[in-house]
Ligand binder design. Structure first.
Ligand SMILES: [Zn+2]
Length: 260
């Protein structure tokens, strides 16, 4: 695999650098050139830069693919899964237009906390129009047409993988995606997650739920992404498996949503 010589991923996990935000960013820096990505600082929060990566290639009229990770700092399989996926998909990254957020909550990642540098749940803050990070995020999102939005998360109560699906298209893809992910980590069999009814790991919403603060996926859906998926791996399972499941999720979601 390309890039293994410089920052071997197996070593990343073996050395327990899973909360090492600077190391994660260093790994991305080694990757961006070859993947045809531009790395920019959205803003600084708690003294730490938050990065957004976008394709350098000119707009070809096709909608962009959005993937974000690390909105909750203690859910580290997302950021490392996204990195691993990117390492293995350099050609695709160059071929299509992507918008990637490697770790949206750096202070939370470093401190191993769900909350951000202000002690708030970032995934209930995407409606905020005056917050520095949200203003920078919205500015970057302005005028973009999205094909799909993928939000990578974990759940410490999780007993397997599960998925929230917001989908305006005729064909839901959640079941097929979970089936692929189940080859790495079984589907969470609970009937209800956080008050939402789940059907074999799938929480599908036709109507946008009313919540006190807005999660990223809902705002992406409102901004025009016809499909917005929030994937959850169980935080108490092996980190190696969780990273693999996250990587599998990205590949499977892009395949089943037919956005490639
Ligand atoms: Zn989360």
């Amino acid at each position: 695999m390309h890039g293994m010589e410089k920052v071997p991923s197996a070593l990343t996990l073996a050395q327990h650098r899973s909360h090492d935000y600077r190391f994660l960013i260093r790994c991305w820096r080694e990757l961006v050139e070859e993947a045809g990505l531009r790395m920019r600082i959205l803003t600084r929060v708690g003294g730490m830069p938050v990065y957004g990566l976008e394709s350098k290639s000119p707009d070809d009229g096709r909608p962009e693919i959005y993937i974000s990770a690390g909105v909750h700092g203690d859910e580290v399989a997302g950021p490392w899964g996204l990195l691993e996926w990117a390492r293995e998909n350099g050609a695709l990254l160059r071929e299509r237009r992507f918008l990637l957020f490697p770790a949206m909550n750096p202070v939370g990642m470093i401190l191993n906390t769900r909350m951000d540098h202000q002690g708030r749940d970032l995934n209930r803050s995407f409606h905020e129009l005056e917050d520095e990070l949200m203003v920078a995020w919205r500015k970057l999102m302005e005028g973009r047409k999205l094909a799909i939005g993928l939000c990578l998360h974990e759940d410490y109560d999780g007993q397997g993988c599960y998925l929230y699906e917001l989908n305006k298209t005729r064909k839901t893809i959640g079941k097929a995606v979970l089936q692929d992910c189940a080859e790495v980590i079984a589907v969470d069999g609970r009937r209800s997650m956080d008050g939402s009814r789940s059907n074999e790991g799938l929480i599908a919403k036709r109507k946008i739920p009313v919540l006190p603060g807005l999660p990223e996926a809902i705002v992406l859906h409102e901004l025009g992404a016809p499909v917005a998926l929030t994937f959850e791996t169980p935080s108490e399972f092996s980190l190696v498996d969780r990273v693999r499941a996250q990587k599998t999720f990205i590949t499977s979601a892009l395949k089943h949503a037919c956005v490639l």
